[in-house]
Design a binder for this molecule. Structure first.
Ligand SMILES: [Zn+2]
Length: 257
């Protein structure tokens, strides 16, 4: 079987005048992370960076005209693959080590994953196909060659820290569970939450090596009462407050007691 070569690796869509969503359409939904670009007055914000298979910096060159703050919601490979392309990199102390020395679960070929990991994914609702890309970025691409470049955070943040773009400011929320240093960005004035993988509208992963169900329960309790208008998550389409409550409540029900 010959697999086609993608015309371009990233797709994008303007959410409003300042926020743009970018993603990697050729990548399996499991690993297809939402990359959010926010244009600020003094500096821009990039929430997550995709797998790093192709240069995000190059693909988004027209968007990235100012100083860019790259924010890693956590260190999983589908979120931090492109981090190394940016000079200002925010991460949580509990993900620092994994950003310096990335953990690669597997490649773009299912052969390279541990069978127990494959089984876990299938059980939770993400059956992995033989290859995790539907097109190659270039002729001769080897899906087994996937690696993640180290990208140590240059700015470690904790709960309550503020990422200021000049005309808008986002507060860091520590939302552990999916991973220990999962962080989100909350803009109270607009009710926008960038949530990473702490919450998205799909099967939630709380059984990874670095996950904690106890932490996840607390995070969901907290998210349930956050007065959001819209959640721009790490995967899947964005959603509003009512859906957030539903997701949080169904998680709490399924995992407590
Ligand atoms: Zn993740």
């Amino acid at each position: 079987m010959t697999i086609r070569i993608a015309d371009r690796w990233f797709e994008r869509k303007a959410v409003d005048e300042e926020i743009t969503l970018l993603w990697e359409p050729m990548v399996d939904p499991l690993l297809r992370c939402n990359i959010w670009h926010v244009r600020g007055r003094d500096r821009d914000l990039l929430v997550d960076t995709g797998l790093g298979i192709c240069s995000l910096r190059e693909a988004a060159r027209d968007l990235l005209q100012k100083n860019v703050i790259a924010f890693a919601t956590h260190s999983h490979m589908d979120h931090m693959g492109g981090m190394h392309e940016f000079n200002i990199r925010i991460g949580h102390p509990k993900e620092q080590h994994a950003m310096m020395d990335p953990v690669v679960f597997g490649s773009m070929s299912a052969r390279d994953y541990d069978p127990s990991f494959m089984q876990y994914m299938a059980d939770i609702g993400y059956p992995l196909k033989e290859e995790l890309v539907t097109a190659y970025p270039y002729e001769g691409y080897d899906p087994s060659s996937y690696t993640v470049q180290p990208a140590a955070p240059t700015w470690l943040v904790e709960e309550g820290d503020v990422v200021d773009l000049g005309n808008r400011a986002f507060e860091v929320l520590h939302l552990p569970g999916h991973s220990p240093g999962s962080i989100g960005l909350w803009e109270k004035s607009t009710g926008i939450l960038f949530s990473g993988d702490a919450v998205y509208d799909g099967p939630l992963l709380d059984g990874l090596e670095d996950s904690s169900i106890a932490d996840y329960l607390q995070t969901m309790e907290r998210l349930k009462s956050l007065p959001v208008r819209v959640v721009h998550a790490g995967h899947d389409p964005s959603f509003g407050r009512r859906r957030l409550r539903e997701i949080a409540e169904s998680y709490l029900q399924s995992r407590s007691g």
